[in-house]
Design a binder for this molecule. Structure first.
Ligand code: TYM
Length: 339
């Protein structure tokens, strides 16, 4: 599924689900790739789940104090970004022990070879030889997250597409072997936000773990930081505002950011900035980002200290545990275990 403006009429009976790792403040890429899509869809779907993937975060070393703070911060950010707690089940992955239980049953039906082919695993494990076993089995936990809730669509950035496709394989294999148990999920990827790129090296994705802070816009960056980063973004020497991912990745990335956050389109931007220079265009991009993030930040700081967050998590934990236990029991019975 790859439809920014997909008609809402065919979404009314659908369930959507996505999660984000609480490893540092989320980036503009996470916001555009996942959260903003959920905000768009929350009014038109039957059911929507958004969670903090804290068990995924610990597949790589984390500072416990920082992790703890990042988890609460992400819940507050979801709501500040426009996720309505009345229209979405907002929950913590680790509040629901059945995610890991379902994951184990699925791990036992997933070939080792299939997991070895995951590009994100190959990439992350090549950077550190002492990687954890969890880093390897992580995509199965992600499949469990999705399959427990019978999600139809999974709004993600393109970097997670392979993992959602793996979830489909896992579901299909289980259904074939043990009988119909899981719904087939589909990745839901918006056209414009497919991949927001690094500002200094627009050939790689904007990532929370980037070593150079000037290459990434974080949702909580100040106005001055955002302006400085966008004005310093790598472009090219052609001085023409034209979309061309291959030859002009920097400018194309900035255009993608704008069309993801506004009603502009690529042709309308090209027309608006015809004959203008990169400085003028960058200033416009910075204004768009500052306006969008400014609103989010105001709400975020109001929410952070409130106990509204604890109530939301408590209710969601109850609801999601009941759903996941049912799926876990169904799987156990089908696999021959005792319920
Ligand atoms: P994570 O935390 O790496 O990223 C969260 C979401 O942000 C998207 N994203 C981007 N989109 C566009 N441009 C970028 N530069 C960019 N960087 C990140 C990601 O595609 C993702 O949608 N494994 C997942 C978390 C997860 C999950 C799930 C997601 C766990 N279980 C079940 C969906 C369903 C992850 O690490 O995302």
């Amino acid at each position: 599924m790859n439809k920014k403006d997909m008609g809402s009429e065919n979404m009314q009976d659908k369930t959507i689900l996505t999660g984000i790792q609480p490893s540092g403040v989320i980036t503009l890429g996470n916001y555009i790739g996942a959260v903003k899509q959920m905000v768009r869809l929350q009014d038109v779907v039957k059911k929507s789940y958004l969670f903090v993937a804290d068990m995924h975060a610990i597949t790589v070393p984390q500072d416990p104090k920082e992790l703890h703070e990042n988890i609460r911060s992400l819940i507050a950010l979801y709501i500040a970004c426009g996720i309505d707690p009345k229209k979405n089940v907002i929950f913590l992955q680790s509040d629901n022990p059945y995610h890991a239980s379902v994951s184990w049953l699925l791990e036992c039906t997933t070939p080792f070879g299939e997991l070895s082919r995951m590009t994100q695993f190959k990439d992350k494990s090549s950077k550190n030889v002492n990687f954890s076993a969890g880093l390897f089995t992580y995509p199965v936990l992600m499949a469990a997250d999705i399959l427990i809730y019978d999600a139809d669509y999974v709004p993600v950035g393109i970097d997670q597409k392979q993992h959602v496709e793996l979830a489909r394989n896992i579901a299909e294999r289980f259904n074939k072997k043990f009988g119909e148990t899981f719904k087939m999920p589909e990745p839901y990827i918006s056209d414009s936000g497919t991949k927001i790129m690094d500002l200094l090296d627009p050939t790689k994705k904007m990532s929370k773990s980037s070593t150079n802070p000037r290459s990434v816009i974080k949702i909580l960056d100040t106005k001055e930081e955002i302006e400085k980063k966008i004005m310093g973004a790598t472009t090219d020497s052609e001085m023409k505002i034209k979309y061309d991912e291959k030859n002009k990745p920097g400018i194309s990335n900035l255009m993608n950011i704008v069309i993801s956050l506004t009603d502009e389109t690529i042709p309308s931007l090209e027309e608006k900035f015809e004959g203008k220079n990169y400085g003028e265009f960058k200033r416009y991009v910075a204004d768009v980002v500052v306006e969008e993030l400014g609103k989010i930040q105001k709400r975020y700081y109001e929410l952070l200290g409130s106990n509204e967050l604890d109530q939301i998590l408590e209710e969601a934990a109850k609801e999601t545990r009941a759903i996941a236990l049912q799926k876990f029991n169904e799987m156990k019975v089908k696999m021959g275990l005792y319920k």
